[in-house]
Design a protein around this ligand. Structure first.
Ligand code: AMP
Length: 510
């Protein structure tokens, strides 16, 4: 059945509850949100004459209307195509073309880029600017009934962030998203009736997925007025709402915790973090500041938000003999998936041995849009091959060992960057770091560490070197340290190692 009924049901049972707040102001009730979605669906079907098999893009900054558009598309039975709003017009054009989008909803601030992209594609893609007078009449169009969809029909076409290769559209079905939504309650958190889901992180990604379990529970979705992540604003909003939960990249959690002007976090219920590595030092600082309000998830677009979980209880078990190891892990398999670690032949590795992480379950994508070869490659023998390397301990806790592409092989030995990064981050002057491999004639690759210092601190390379020598094997030690004020990150807060690698390659050629 169509995932869109989550909204129609919530509106039926809780018509007067606030569905969306913009900052601290109420934006609309559930009954208003559902009726706007039904009108917007009417516009897509009769106004634009799109078929139910179309993909409709959202190239939008986080704003309340995002949810009207997203649910309008679902209500119409069409597939939503949320796009990272930081993309360049060329990248946007690539996705619109690849997905053969029929229409594109855009916020004002992104309109110019959207027009350039659509011109570049050269196809008839209708652009709708959200919030203008035309949009206001669209959400008053004649409403339509929700379109029935089968469990295996496409609901969300999710373009991978392209940290490896060009972006591919992971086809997420209604069943995939139902499963991921229901499993939130089982493994991540309960949603209380007065709960508020904050969206400081891009709604085209994790925050958007987690909007669904909150909507199904008729909780309030809070969109910061800045449309993004501003620690000062989030602290203020936490005091203005109840039972607050939010999804955040580890880099956002770090900024939030370190923000010097921070206020009370009494109303904060849960921060779910994931999407990139949370280092033990940062995690402990966050726990000290916030208390045991953290849950970690490991997922990827191909198995949205749902591979493993490190629940809040594990964050609180300070007395556990392997507490630090557990904080450094991504937890255990979420309830509705099977997870195993396999060698290159697909055979399950014994505990303690590193291999590729494979996932099986109803939450796993149907395949990549228009890419039968890559789909068959990713979904071999019924298992999603994540491209991530990991290792299970005997209690079923999985530790991620970087993506296979990030692995450094030096002198025939495998070096996992995360291991070195964890050590470097123990130094009080290191704020962020990223370790990568640089081609080396004799060794194959050598280790280079990019460091950004804590504000007001300077980096003593000798001290970092001693720290490494005291904690890890000699051969893993960085051969060079590069210090810069900040490290390149994508819109989802992930450090883009690809950019650091090409920086080194460029220098090599010069
Ligand atoms: P995306 O498809 O853009 O969500 O990226 C998914 C990738 O992010 C995964 O394949 C992992 O490499 C990484 N990732 C996701 N969750 C975590 C986590 N909790 N810790 C470390 N890396 C993660």
């Amino acid at each position: 059945m169509n995932l869109g009924i989550l909204l129609t049901r919530a509106a039926k049972s809780f018509p007067e509850k606030i569905a969306i707040a913009h900052g601290s102001y109420d934006f609309c009730t559930y009954s208003e949100l559902a009726s706007r979605a039904a009108c917007l669906a009417g516009f897509l079907k009769t106004g634009l004459n799109l078929s139910i098999d179309e993909r409709v893009g959202l190239f939008m900054s986080n704003c309340p209307e995002y949810l009207e558009v997203f649910h309008g598309i679902l209500h119409a039975g069409m597939a939503s195509l949320p796009i990272n709003n930081k993309l360049h017009e060329k990248e946007l054009a690539y996705i619109l073309d690849d997905a053969s989008a029929g229409a594109l909803f855009v916020t004002h601030d992104l309109a110019e880029r959207a027009h350039l992209a659509v011109d570049e594609v050269g196809k008839d893609i209708k652009i709708i600017i959200v919030g203008d007078s035309n949009y206001r009449s669209i959400i008053r169009s004649d409403p339509v009934q929700i379109t029935h969809r089968a469990a295996n029909d496409l609901a969300w076409l999710f373009y991978t962030s392209g940290t490896t290769g060009s972006p591919k559209g992971a086809m997420l079905t209604h069943r995939n998203l139902w499963d991921s939504t229901l499993n939130y309650y089982v493994d991540v958190d309960r949603v209380p009736s007065n709960g508020s889901a904050f969206h400081p992180a891009p709604m085209s990604h994790g925050s958007g997925f987690y909007g669904l379990p909150h909507l199904a529970a008729a909780a309030k979705q809070v969109i910061p007025e800045s449309g993004g992540f501003d620690p000062a604003e989030i602290y203020t909003l936490i005091s203005a709402h109840e039972e607050v939960s939010m999804f955040a990249a580890p880099t956002m959690v770090k900024r939030f915790v370190e923000y010097s002007g921070g206020g009370s976090t009494e109303n904060l219920r849960t921060i779910t973090y994931g999407g990139g590595p949370m280092y033990v030092t940062d995690c402990k600082k966050a726990l000290e500041r916030l208390g045991p309000k953290l849950v970690q998830i490991y997922g990827q677009g191909e198995s949205p938000m749902t591979i493993t979980v490190l629940p809040r209880e594990d964050h609180a078990l300070i007395e556990h003999p392997r507490y630090e190891e557990r904080l450094a892990s991504v937890g255990y398999a979420q309830s509705i998936v099977e997870v195993r670690v396999a060698d290159s032949e697909g055979a399950t590795c014994p505990n303690g041995e590193i291999g590729e992480i494979l996932v099986r379950g109803d939450v796993v994508m149907k395949g990549y849009w228009g890419r039968p070869k890559e789909s068959a490659e990713a979904l071999r023998d019924g298992w999603l091959h994540t491209g991530d390397l990991g290792v299970f301990d005997e209690d079923g806790y999985l530790t991620l060992k970087d993506r296979s592409k990030d692995l450094i092989i030096s002198g025939g030995s495998n070096i996992y960057p995360r291991e070195i990064e964890e050590i470097l981050l123990q130094h009080q002057s290191v704020s962020e770091c990223a370790v990568i491999g640089r081609p080396h004639e004799e060794w194959g690759e050598e280790v280079v560490a990019f460091i950004s210092p804590v504000t007001g601190h300077s980096i003593e390379i000798g001290e970092l070197d001693t720290l490494c020598l005291d904690n890890i094997a000699r051969f893993k030690r960085p051969k060079e340290y590069r210090v810069s004020e900040s490290l390149p990150k994508n819109n989802y807060g992930k450090i883009i190692k690809r950019e650091l690698r090409s920086q080194l390659e460029k220098e090599e050629k010069e």
